[in-house]
Design a protein around this ligand. Structure first.
Ligand code: NI
Length: 252
């Protein structure tokens, strides 16, 4: 039984077959999914999917890449969505200096505003950190009462150790199956089993042997197989532990 803690089923890539695919997931062994929003519209869609499917939960938030298209009232709307009973986290939120390193202050302000929502609504957060490791760490240090997951963790082993000490979880995705995954594998080797989460980031980041194709939660097994291989465990143990971890963090 798999828990995909990060899959964007609200994405247009799933327009042709969203309902068929989501309905088929429990039979395929994927019994829980979190769909994180990236802006108001996708957060609303994530909540609507969570309303419709018992095995789907939502997270709501504004992704740093959506900063440019934001309207002033968007943050209020996200905070209102936080109160929905199937909204289990604030996310995905964070910093992305790969995409844009000229609006760092605006990105930080947006990130911090949403950490405040998480605090007010007592929810964990799902963090996107792309080439912004120092600033992300600096900000989460200031919010030491907030916990969550660094989604598709891509920082150093040293940063991972500090996050783990602070109670954070680390998300592992398709890229751990890629040839150049040395850094992520090093982190996987030291991550305590009770702190790892398995994610697809569907429709993106398809694992090998599906790389380049649209991703969906059924491919989670390739991520699990890689973790099992690296940690010397059975796939069942990895899936079961990741399921327990996800349920604990997201209170499901
Ligand atoms: Ni994502």
């Amino acid at each position: 039984m798999y828990f995909d803690t990060h899959a964007h089923y609200d994405d247009a890539a799933f327009d042709p077959d969203r309902d068929t695919l989501l309905s088929s997931l429990p039979e395929a062994g994927v019994t829980l999914v979190i769909d994180p929003g990236c802006d108001v519209l996708s957060s609303e869609k994530a909540v609507a999917l969570a309303d419709r499917y018992p095995h789907v939960y939502a997270a709501v938030g504004i992704h740093p890449e959506e900063l440019g298209g934001m309207r002033e009232e968007d943050l209020e709307r996200i905070e209102a969505l936080c109160a929905h009973d199937k909204c289990v986290a604030v996310g995905e939120i964070g910093l992305d200096y790969y995409w844009d390193d000229t609006h760092k202050e605006e990105q930080k302000a947006l990130f911090i505003a949403q950490l405040e929502f998480a605090r007010r609504h007592d929810k964990p957060v799902i963090i996107h950190d792309r080439e912004a490791h120092g600033d992300c760490l600096d900000i989460v240090r200031r919010y030491s009462d907030i916990r969550g997951v660094f989604h598709c963790y891509s920082g150093s082993k040293e940063m991972a150790q500090e996050l783990l000490r602070r109670g954070w979880y680390l998300g592992f995705d398709g890229p751990i199956t890629y040839k150049n995954a040395r850094k992520a594998i090093e982190v996987l080797e030291i991550c305590p089993l009770d702190r790892l989460l398995i994610e697809t980031d569907s429709p993106y980041l398809s694992p090998i042997p599906r790389r380049g194709k649209r991703n969906d939660s059924r491919n989670l097994r390739y991520v699990v197989e890689k973790i099992a291989e690296v940690r010397g465990l059975s796939c069942e143990e990895v899936a079961k532990t990741a399921m327990e971890n996800g349920r604990r963090l997201f209170n499901i």
